[in-house]
Design a binder for this molecule. Sequence first.
Ligand SMILES: Cc1cc2nc3c(=O)[nH]c(=O)nc-3n(C[C@H](O)[C@H](O)[C@H](O)COP(=O)(O)OP(=O)(O)OC[C@H]3O[C@@H](n4cnc5c(N)ncnc54)[C@H](O)[C@@H]3O)c2cc1C
Length: 393
Amino acid sequence: MNRNFDVVVIGAGAAGLMCAIEAGKRNKKVLIIEHTSKIGEKIRISGGGRCNFTNIYSNTENFLSNNKHFCKSAFSKYTQNDFIDLVKKHKIKFHEKKLGQLFCDNSAKDIIEMLITECEIQKVEITLNTKIKSIIRRENLYILETVNNKYECSSVVVATGGLSIPKIGASDFGYKIANQFNLKVTNLYPALVPLTFKDDILEFCKSLAGISIEASVKINKTIFNEGLIFTHRGISGPSILQISSYWKPDSSIEVNLLPQNSMDKTLKERRVKTPKQNISNVLSDFLPNKLAMAITSLLNTNQKIGEASNSTLNKISNFINKLNVLPTGTEGYKTAEVTLGGIDTNEINSATMECKKYSGLYFIGEVVDVTGHLGGHNFQWAWSSGYVAGQNV
Ligand SMILES: Cc1cc2nc3c(=O)[nH]c(=O)nc-3n(C[C@H](O)[C@H](O)[C@H](O)COP(=O)(O)OP(=O)(O)OC[C@H]3O[C@@H](n4cnc5c(N)ncnc54)[C@H](O)[C@@H]3O)c2cc1C
């Protein structure tokens, strides 16, 4: 069957839903095509089921992109306060967990319900379980063919998200559309993802799996000071997820397991004050017991602190305060929260999200080369870019 719409949005995720609602408000006839059986699955699993839907302090510094300024225009047109107002309008209860991160009190499903309600008000049509076989541009129209229908529209919005978590619907379809239209796509990497190790460091991490500490991690001048958790494959936790977006294969990261304490000074003081104490017992005053034991065992330094040489104490303090580790990889797209990279921002007009070469073709959300830090920034990008496209389709 042939059907006509003003706008067809591909992907019923955060960005696609927001765009459809805004286009609907402008009396556009909108269809969303979603290839899975569910709406907003990534919203549902986000923020541990409570959806960290924005961040009070979100600004361009929280984003990675080949063009750092690209996201400015969208953020100025639709801010975190605009989304917070929408959440309040729907009487969804929320709280700040930490660092400006806003979470639902109840469940991420509240955000999905809110977006579905808004779509219903704007009479947005949503078709689920629908696979697009082809997209053709003919004069100023786009024709999208599915198994049962042909849809004709003047604007197509690609809101297919990134590659992470394929089992809930992630696909490379958005990048394929870019290739079809000869648009550049930057290199893609899993990001906000745990890091993996091998050999001694892996054994060290495995023996500590489940233990978490406050740590700071650093690559060049980029530094994050949040939680770190040891896992059976390596390390994870907020500071590691954050730094993973900056990590490239074959490069090392510097980890400070005790950022608030200079262990060099402390250990030398304790050598004088408590010479009979074992080094692992001294370390236990600052670090979890098991970690203290694992460090002295790995470095083969469990002796009385009073008998330890300067070089032994330096070795320990360097391990704790300046540990240089070389990850072997990441856990990949099956656990990554986002995809770093995407449609090259040079291809898109930042004020409209429309493709510069083809009028009527839009890219929004995670499929674009704009990647947020952990903490609600990625959803804010989805809302802002979706809003902007919705004003222009
Ligand atoms: C476990 C996890 C937790 C997260 N938690 C947070 C958080 O708390 N805060 C935060 O800011 N960010 C979080 N994120 C990141 C955030 O979910 C994404 O950045 C955001 O959902 C991107 O929105 P989007 O609309 O661009 O893509 P998505 O939300 O991924 O939506 C894309 C949609 O397109 C559909 N699709 C794909 N291919 C096709 C196709 N061929 N045809 C039709 N439809 C298609 C998909 O099924 C999906 O419904 C989390 C991510 C993960 C994986």
